[in-house]
Design a binder for this molecule. Structure first.
Ligand SMILES: Cc1cc2nc3c(=O)[nH]c(=O)nc-3n(C[C@H](O)[C@H](O)[C@H](O)COP(=O)(O)OP(=O)(O)OC[C@H]3O[C@@H](n4cnc5c(N)ncnc54)[C@H](O)[C@@H]3O)c2cc1C
Length: 399
């Protein structure tokens, strides 16, 4: 069903959104209404909400009741299909977005109710949440953030700057990471929910990106922003308890398989386009060495995408079955990004100059622009490979 929606509704609008650098609110509102009618939880609108909705619809049709254990696999399936249509749509979906997982993993019951209730009724206006960790000079090096926080009475005072924050400008609230002392590394970090409109909080520039242009990527500025202490995610004791805030944060390894699936969706779109192009345009040269060479290149792309997809589904299956999946989640992200980038490069090369030209019926040049960031955000490919090797040699203290 989601594939049909992606093919018939999303694809025809994809280039328009890319050119206009936005997706119309009306489209997003209709999308929310559609997902809502499928019965997913309002607290997780966005692609996870869509996955939960699809899982709910599926489970209800089979058993008459909702089971939890297919939410992640359904989410990654949905993410691949929608991204096959247009990847920026997923990043633009209303809902808490990446701001949801830290609150779900570590927030108090009162905070979950307060922050997620914002998304319960979007009939009077769309709402987004966002996750603000990256800073100039602190992307992969998350321990190196410099945005500061200090306690002052019943408030925390935040100062600093965040960059590349998806939906950060339009978000009703941002989960903002700051530090009481940079020398403490991750142990010194605190997460706050900063409401839009809080004095001292402003939006800097909205980035002009190479790809995913319809998705908003913003710079955020914090100048003596006073945040009420009730907005410290998890409350004070979370940061001193043994279990700790950062331990709980590890529970959201699950965003990596979703991002991997998005990449695979784009890569598959490019792969299918090139395959069909070859079928049509190479009809007279089927028995020539050139055809065999091109077919072999496509075969390699196809198997790399398939291997990445199965690894991603495995990571999702582990999550649904409440088994550790950090290594597999990183593997899926490392493989998905690389396989899809390769697919887009090969597809353009196979189609020749036609692949580089923007036409309404072909989007290879757009997919080529969109795909690169999938090996950068949500942990770069290099960082995923470090995570994987650390897990492989976890028993060696010196590694
Ligand atoms: C479209 C988009 C949306 C984004 N959305 C968000 C968001 O919503 N919230 C948010 O907080 N951030 C977001 N980001 C930021 C993103 O997470 C960072 O760009 C990413 O973490 C990489 O950081 P960096 O760009 O500073 O690169 P750097 O960390 O400076 O990396 C540069 C290069 O050095 C390599 N490198 C770094 N450290 C190591 C190491 N230890 N070993 C080997 N190689 C290394 C990297 O792999 C990379 O190749 C977004 C970025 C983009 C482009």
């Amino acid at each position: 069903m989601i594939h049909g929606f992606a093919a018939n509704v999303v694809r025809p609008l994809s280039l328009k959104w890319d050119r206009e650098h936005k997706i119309d609110d009306e489209f997003l509102a209709n999308f929310v209404a559609m997902a809502s009618s499928m019965g997913g939880p309002a607290a997780s609108w966005g692609v996870q909400g869509l996955g939960a909705s699809a899982a709910a619809a599926d489970q209800k049709s089979v058993t008459g009741e909702m089971k939890k254990s297919t939410a992640m696999i359904t989410t990654v399936l949905s993410a691949e299909e929608l991204s096959w249509g247009d990847a920026a749509l997923l990043l633009s979906l209303p809902g808490p977005g990446l701001g949801g997982p830290p609150i779900k993993a570590t927030g108090t019951a009162e905070q979950m109710e307060r922050f997620f209730s914002v998304f319960k009724d979007m009939s009077k206006g769309l709402k987004w949440g966002a996750y603000a960790l990256t800073e100039p000079g602190a992307g992969s090096d998350v321990a190196g953030i410099r945005t500061s926080c200090r306690k002052d009475g019943k408030h925390w005072v935040l100062n600093g700057r965040k960059c590349f924050i998806t939906n950060g400008a339009r978000a009703s609230w941002n989960v903002v990471f700051a530090t009481i002392d940079p020398a403490l590394g991750r142990a010194g970090q605190r997460a706050f929910v900063v409401d839009k409109g809080t004095p001292g909080f402003s939006v800097g520039k909205i980035e002009e990106k190479m790809g995913l242009r319809a998705s908003e990527t913003a710079e955020l500025v914090f100048d003596d922003v006073r945040v009420p202490e009730e907005n410290l995610v998890g409350g004070e004791e979370k940061y001193t308890s043994k279990e700790g805030f950062m331990t709980a944060m590890k529970t959201f390894d699950n965003t990596r398989p979703i991002v991997a699936s998005m990449a695979i969706g784009i890569g598959r779109a490019a792969f299918e386009y090139a395959r069909d192009f070859v079928k049509t345009n190479y009809a007279l040269s089927r028995h020539t060495p050139r055809y065999a060479a091109v077919a072999e290149r496509l075969a390699r792309v196809g198997r790399q995408l398939e291997a990445a997809r199965l690894t991603t589904w495995h990571a999702a299956w582990l999550a649904d079955n409440e088994q550790p999946n950090a290594k597999e989640a990183s593997m899926s992200k490392a493989m998905g990004g690389q396989a899809a980038i390769r697919a887009c490069i090969e597809a353009i090369e196979i189609c020749g100059v036609e692949g580089t030209i923007q036409r309404d019926h072909q989007m290879l040049e757009k997919w080529f622009r969109d795909i690169k960031v999938y090996d950068i955000f949500e942990g770069t490919g290099q960082i995923q490979r470090i995570v994987i090797s650390k897990r492989l040699f976890a028993d060696l203290k010196s590694f």
